[in-house]
Write a protein that binds this ligand. Structure first.
Ligand code: HEM
Length: 178
């Protein structure tokens, strides 16, 4: 996973808690804490940090990933200037993930490994998104979707209809704009 993701994690914890909480997380996760934004780092380090954070914050790793995703979305706007501004609604942003947003990320950060989404039952106010990635961090996707609706100030219901962590074959989310 890219160093920028680790650095955002650092920023979120220090902003919402403090430097000491972050130092304890690094120690509990047994990771170095020195990441260059362009570097690629072991996914296990990210999972170790998520586990340490969830333990310290007394929430599940899934809830932690979801919270991180929600906090990350506006920060991604700072890393990729002009990207978020191209969209005006949650749906337009979510529908652009495969062919605009993540390809742009890969162009900017070669070696980035991004998920693929399949879109089903798309109507003007509702759709089902299937999350496909070997990383299996669908809760991060869930939080990023919430981050989109926060960003556009829209009220959105997100149901995690099926999940591979619950034994289902696919990871499916229904997103409904209220
Ligand atoms: C709109 C701005 C967005 C930007 C700039 C962005 C950028 C990125 C970047 C840099 C990564 C890390 C790639 C790596 O470390 O190799 C990533 C991963 C990821 N993105 Fe996005 N993203 C955006 C929106 C979203 C949204 C809205 C979702 C959710 C639907 C999403 C879902 C994910 C997930 C789940 C990952 C983790 C990798 C995986 O699961 O395989 N992203 N994205």
């Amino acid at each position: 996973m890219k160093g920028i993701i680790f650095n955002m994690f650092n920023d979120i914890i220090v902003t919402r808690f403090d430097e000491q909480t972050w130092e304890e997380m690094l120690e509990n996760a047994r990771v170095s804490g020195a990441w260059s934004s362009l570097g690629n780092y072991d996914d296990h380090d990210m999972l170790a940090l998520v586990n340490a954070a969830s333990h310290q914050l007394a929430i599940t790793p899934q809830a932690c990933l979801q919270w991180l995703g929600r906090e990350m979305l506006p920060r991604l706007g700072g890393i990729y200037p002009g990207l978020l501004e191209r969209f005006s609604t949650t749906f337009s942003m979510l529908k652009a993930l495969n062919n605009v947003i993540h390809p742009e990320v890969v162009r900017f950060h070669p070696g980035a490994s991004v998920p693929v989404f399949h879109y089903h039952e798309v109507s003007s106010h509702s759709m089902v998104m299937e999350y496909c990635s070997a990383r299996g961090i669908c809760s991060l996707a869930h939080g990023l979707m919430q981050g989109c609706s926060d960003y556009f100030n829209e009220t959105v219901d997100i149901d995690h209809l099926q999940c591979r962590h619950r034994g289902d074959e696919h990871c499916l989310f229904r997103i409904t704009i209220r």
